[in-house]
Ligand binder design. Structure first.
Ligand code: HEM
Length: 184
């Protein structure tokens, strides 16, 4: 009898952390700069919610539920995560929420990059260069993991809905010979 492969989230989280080299020192530096994070978090969240509802690709996905509750949620997530309380397991579910709402992970990944860039430029404007560099590096690793979890949720959903095993998905990832003309 076939047994369904279950995913050990704890193990995955440890793997993600070690791949991006997110460690205790990163959380120490983010905690040390809590004031900075609190000063800029509203700017990050406002930028997010001003940009997405008007961008042609995301407007239809975003507008119906854009509200204060979601703003507060994103704000709290950024504060909690930078203070060492990363809701890793909840993030797997948040990843699924996006899929349920027809949001491809490419959009969160693009937004994560946007948030990282804004964070870095504000850090260099407001802090000493060395602090800005160390803090931005920690923040980039942390937010990269959020993106990785969203992609992971997406892969798991494909696997679940299509009946594809994770091994088959791995094989697909290694597919060679994709013609350039087939990538549009
Ligand atoms: C930095 C990247 C992002 C983060 C951290 C994030 C975070 C979240 C969170 C915390 C939720 C609430 C999940 C829940 O109900 O428990 C959510 C829901 C949602 N997000 Fe995102 N999100 C991101 C990017 C995006 C982007 C780029 C889009 C659209 C293009 C998007 C569309 C949605 C939608 C449609 C929902 C469901 C709303 C609902 O149930 O009312 N998200 N997101």
């Amino acid at each position: 009898m076939k047994t369904k492969k279950t995913v050990d989230n704890e193990e995955m989280i440890e793997e993600f952390k070690s791949l991006v080299n997110l460690n205790d020192a990163d959380f120490d530096v983010m905690k040390k700069h809590r004031d900075f994070v609190e000063k800029i978090v509203d700017f990050l969240v406002d930028d997010f919610y001003t940009f997405l509802p008007y961008h042609p690709s995301t407007a239809k996905l975003f507008a119906p539920w854009m509200n204060e509750k979601r703003k507060k949620q994103l704000r709290q997530l950024l504060i909690d995560a930078t203070q060492g309380n990363v809701p890793f397991k909840a993030l797997f579910v948040v990843g699924f929420k996006h899929i349920q709402n027809g949001v491809s992970p490419r959009y969160p990944l693009a937004m994560i990059s946007r948030i990282q860039n804004t964070f870095t430029s504000l850090a260099f404007q407001m802090l000493q260069n060395k602090d800005a560099q160390i803090l931005s590096s920690a923040f980039n690793k942390l937010t990269a993991i959020i993106g990785i979890i969203f992609v992971y949720s997406f892969n798991s959903a494909i696997s679940e809905f299509s009946g594809m095993t994770p091994e088959l998905l791995e094989k697909m990832a290694k597919l060679g010979g994709v013609k350039k003309s087939s990538i549009t």
